[in-house]
Design a protein around this ligand. Sequence first.
Ligand code: MG
Length: 257
Amino acid sequence: MGIIIKTPAEIEKIREASKRLAFVLDEVKKIVKPGVSTKELDKYAEKLIREQGDSPAFLNYRPVGAKKPFPASLCVSVNEEVVHGIPKEDKILQEGDIVCIDLGINHKGVFADMAYTVPVGEVSSASKKLMDTTQRSLMVGIDAARGGGRVGDIGYAIESFVKKQGRFGIVEVLAGHGVGREIHEDPYIPNFGKKGTGAKLVPGMVIAIEPMLNNGTKNVVIGKDDWTISTADKKRSAHFEHTILITEDEPEILTIQ
Ligand code: MG
């Protein structure tokens, strides 16, 4: 497909899509508490998206290689689940869980993508550190995404930061990506890498950066449902994601209200 440099009109629409997405995800976050099912979070996200006249980007999404389409609007991944958790009526959030909510939106034909991991009630200090480090690594990655730089600068920044924070596994088989005309576009943006390598970052590119950190090793496995990715050692994982616009200078975070 190749990397797409967005037109100013497209950027304006993606900015609006991203704002709407951030609103929905923030609202969903407010109802995360012990006793709520992951399906309730999904239903609420879909309702809010449709109320704004938009549509969920992940519902029925079937990337190349997937055995079946994703059956929900929101990916809800709890504790050892890294990403792509399928919401379920009988999966009930418990005090002390950490839950990743990941959502994509289609607003007037353009897409935005965003995720964060939130605590359910009071969580352990190890879980807090995991979430905090992952969120900070996202911000470090965003700061490294400058027009004139390279995709590898982002992964390098994330990886170097994480290594200084302690023993975390950086998931390597999943990555950030271009976004805008489709939910997943080129370039592929790993959360590790070498400075000065990979595709050039050009003002007008819109990308999603999304580090996933594990409390154990980087290894992950795919579940029997063909979607849910979990850590191989069952230790917890966290995931944060923003859609951003590459500029000449500091990138603009789009998925913000
Ligand atoms: Mg994404």
